[in-house]
Design a binder for this molecule. Structure first.
Ligand code: KIV
Length: 309
């Protein structure tokens, strides 16, 4: 039966979708807990919680995470079965056209996160705390964290850094707010690093990352993003800490993966790091569609008799 289904998909739906279903555990498809969301098989449709993330790690089930910055994209990403939606401060680059994540403000992140939350039914929504809102004073950090939670309705916050931000992380957790850590390449510190190259290749930096990951785990973070570090180190850390690790350029040994949605959909041309897999080429598709619209308007072809009152 599955062979027939795959043949059908290959013929009528497309090779890529058939391939993703083929690699899926079809035995699990028979289980009542597996439900199709937008054509893709998802474990179940209950709202994802931080507790479920831990269960997924313990059961060896991988976690899929993507960014979204607005209602429309969040609806699509959620419907396709993504477990965690990150309202990343990469909105600074992707939405506002800034070179770094540093300029985005607390008010702007709140606007993006509130829009995303309105579009999501199932995924856990995590919002980045923007640069400057948690590094200066731990008390300020809690005040800002409470504001984001109250004004957006998101489920958790992400903060970049290790032991140096631990007092802020502890206070935010004490306020009952789940925190996701972020180690390795931390874009808010790009001016200190001076480069977007792979982090923690040297032993001293790798050791600091090990210490930071253990500290974030022990203090009670719900997960840790590991960005652009060697795969061996990420695998070791993933095995050492209790909570899930989510990789962006840190390899397949992590408990989950995250990509910036605009990158994986191929909405921009210029960014092609080794870790990025493009699942579509929306830039070209959108240029073609919009170009056709322009042509139709200029030629008088649009609107036709059926497209007017
Ligand atoms: O802001 C963001 O998009 C992120 C991901 C790259 C993890 O932090």
């Amino acid at each position: 039966m599955y062979v027939a289904l795959l043949n059908f998909l290959l013929k009528f739906v497309g090779k890529d979708k058939a391939k993703s279903l083929k690699s899926y555990n079809f035995a699990a498809e028979n289980s009542k807990t597996h439900i199709k969301m937008a054509g893709y098989l998802v474990e179940d449709t209950r709202k994802v919680t931080t507790h479920r993330l831990l269960e997924m790690k313990q059961a060896g089930k991988k976690i899929a995470m993507l960014t979204s910055y607005d209602y429309s994209m969040a609806q699509i990403v959620d419907a396709a079965g993504v477990d965690i939606i990150l309202v990343g401060d990469s909105a600074s680059n992707m939405m506002a056209g800034n070179v770094t994540t540093l300029p985005i403000t607390l008010d702007q992140m709140i606007y993006h996160a509130r829009s995303v939350v309105r579009g999501v039914k199932r995924a856990l929504v995590v919002c980045d705390m923007p640069f400057g809102t948690y590094q200066v004073d731990p008390q300020d950090a809690v005040r800002n964290a409470v504001r984001i939670m109250q004004e957006t309705g998101c489920d958790a916050l992400k903060l970049e850094g290790g032991v140096e931000i631990l007092p802020a992380v502890k206070l935010i957790l004490d306020a009952g707010i789940p925190v996701m850590g972020h180690l390795g390449l931390t874009p808010q510190s790009i001016n200190k690093f001076g480069t977007y190259a792979v982090r923690a290749r040297e032993e001293a930096e790798a050791n600091k990352l090990r210490t930071d990951a253990i500290a974030l785990d022990e203090v009670g973070c719900c997960a840790v993003v590991l960005e652009k570090i060697p795969a061996d180190l990420a695998t070791e850390v993933s095995q050492k800490i209790k909570v899930p690790t989510i990789s962006i350029g840190a390899g397949g040994g992590c408990d989950g993966q995250v990509l910036v949605v605009h990158d994986m959909l191929g909405m921009n041309k210029g960014f092609s790091p080794k870790f990025l897999r493009r699942y579509a080429n929306l830039y070209d598709i959108m240029i073609d569609a919009i170009g056709q619209y322009v042509t139709d308007v200029k030629s008088g072809d649009f609107p036709n008799q059926d497209e007017q009152y």
